[in-house]
Design a protein around this ligand. Structure first.
Ligand code: GDP
Ligand code: IMO
Ligand code: MG
Length: 420
């Protein structure tokens, strides 16, 4: 059966949480493979809003196992809070969640360093979520990070955190001239989080390999989006992990060919939070209209999202890079009252080398214009209910990205989803 990967095809916030939730209802396992508390994945059940940050979006489907893979960086204090909040709302996570031994920990000092480096004039401002993601992955690569497994023994854990703090405090005081952080300031929070996490720590890779061998239905949940990939995104304006299909294998400890379906999630337009190039950005009234109509404010930080037209040039890049077998288009209902809709199908002055940032920054989009459908598609019950103009727009995306649209989300609610 293999793994069905759900991957963000743009700069994040495409609606992955909602789609993962949809597939979770019939899945045995949902597994996150990268990122951490920088993610904000929204699911609506009726009027109830759930925003998942580290816990996989499968948690809202009772009985579905939710795994947090090796590729993640996990903030224990934030995770404990998220698990407690879910419990208060009737979702007991203890039995459902499994946390990989080799995932790395995000400590309070990582969050602090993320904020400090965003504000220090010697560092580039990326517009990060300040959740400590970059510093935690940096420490993992530099082999001074702390894997989840260190939590298994209280003494080993305390010694590891103190040792790490010694290094981090030298950086904070000597390089950044900021006051150091004391272990006692976060000791209790970390200890309480450890108590919650301990029974969940497990061999995620083994569990998935066994599940693959017994034909279990497995969904992998991507966070962020392909254009934020550390190697294939708009570096340095990226996150520090691999949000794409190729991140699934190394992030979960499964062979690359375990992924048998990869669905790219794309908004019917485009958004981006933070700094970095955005060729189709609309800095005008239409951009503002998209932001308000689409509620485009960050699910994690509340920051206004930058808005623009669908970029099919970058879309094709992401689709081919990730081998998308099919596409899911979300939020087309937001475009329902526009007279005309533009789709970027080429750049006037780009060689197509998107790994060269200058190229992307200088890209001048060439647009194809589509007649707006001028109707509310949020009540549609089948693909046949969609207006012809909308079908033409979808067809243009399929042609440009060389992949079929299989799903159309027509509103935020769990059930507002049409299978083509
Ligand atoms: P994620 O990070 O990819 O899971 O996406 P976010 O949750 O950060 O942002 C997507 C936002 O759009 C959330 O507020 C969702 O509730 C909402 N949403 C998802 N699909 C649709 C849709 O088809 N139409 C509308 N209007 N909203 C949607
Ligand atoms: P979901 O999973 C949108 C962006 C930040 C910043 C850059 C680096 O909800 O789609 P980081 O904190 O990761 O070091 O920030 O990446 N970013 C996201 N943008 N959605 C996200 O997650 C994001 N996670 C990080 O805004 O530009
Ligand atoms: Mg989000």
């Amino acid at each position: 059966m293999g793994i069905h990967a759900i991957v963000g095809g743009q700069w994040g916030d495409e609606g992955k949480g909602k789609i993962v939730d949809h597939f979770s209802a019939s899945a045995d396992i949902v597994a996150r493979y990268q990122g951490g508390a920088n993610a904000g994945h929204t699911v609506y059940i009726g009027d109830e809003q759930y925003v998942l940050h580290q816990v996989p979006s499968g948690i809202l489907s009772p009985g579905t196992r939710c795994l947090m893979g090796t590729g993640m960086v996990i903030d224990p204090v934030a995770l404990a809070e998220e698990i407690n909040d879910l419990a208060d709302r009737g979702f007991q996570c203890q039995e459902q969640i499994g946390i990989a031994y080799n995932a790395h920990l995000v400590l309070p000092v990582h969050r602090m360093l993320d904020g400090i480096s965003e504000e220090d004039s010697r560092d580039k401002t990326i517009g990060t979520t300040r959740r400590g993601i970059g510093p935690a992955y940096t420490d993992r690569s530099a082999r001074r990070g702390i894997p989840v497994a260190a939590m298994l023994d209280a003494d080993i854990f305390e010694a590891a955190v103190k040792e790490h703090l010694r290094y981090a405090n030298a950086l904070i005081t000597d390089v950044y001239n900021q006051p150091s952080l004391e272990y006692s300031e976060f000791q209790d929070g970390l200890s309480a989080a450890r108590d919650i996490m301990l029974p969940m720590i497990t061999d995620v890779s083994r569990e998935l390999l066994d599940a693959l061998a017994t034909e279990k239905k497995i969904i992998s949940e991507g966070a962020q989006g392909v254009l934020l990939d550390i190697d294939y995104g708009s570096y340095p304006y990226v996150t520090s992990s691999h949000p794409g299909t190729s991140g699934v294998s190394v992030g979960l400890g499964v062979p690359p060919n375990a992924v048998t379906r990869s669905t790219g999630i794309f908004k019917a337009y485009c958004t981006r939070v933070g700094e970095g190039p955005f060729p189709t950005e609309l800095l005008d009234a239409t951009g503002n209209r998209l932001r308000e109509a689409g509620g485009e404010y960050g699910a994690t930080t509340g920051r206004p999202r930058r808005c623009g037209w669908f970029d099919a040039v970058l879309g094709e890049y992401c689709a081919s890079l990730n081998g998308f077998t099919d596409l899911c288009i979300t939020k087309a209902d937001v475009l329902g009252d526009l007279d005309e809709i533009s789709l970027c199908t080429a750049y006037q002055n780009s060689s197509g080398d998107f790994l060269n940032l200058q190229n992307l920054e200088g890209a001048a989009p060439r647009y194809e214009t589509f007649t707006g459908w001028k109707s509310d598609i949020s009540e549609a019950e089948s693909f046949d209910d969609f207006p012809e103009e909308f079908k033409q727009y979808l067809h243009a995306i399929e042609s440009a990205l060389h992949a079929p649209v299989s799903l159309i989300s027509t509103g935020p609610e769990r059930t507002q989803l049409i299978t083509k």
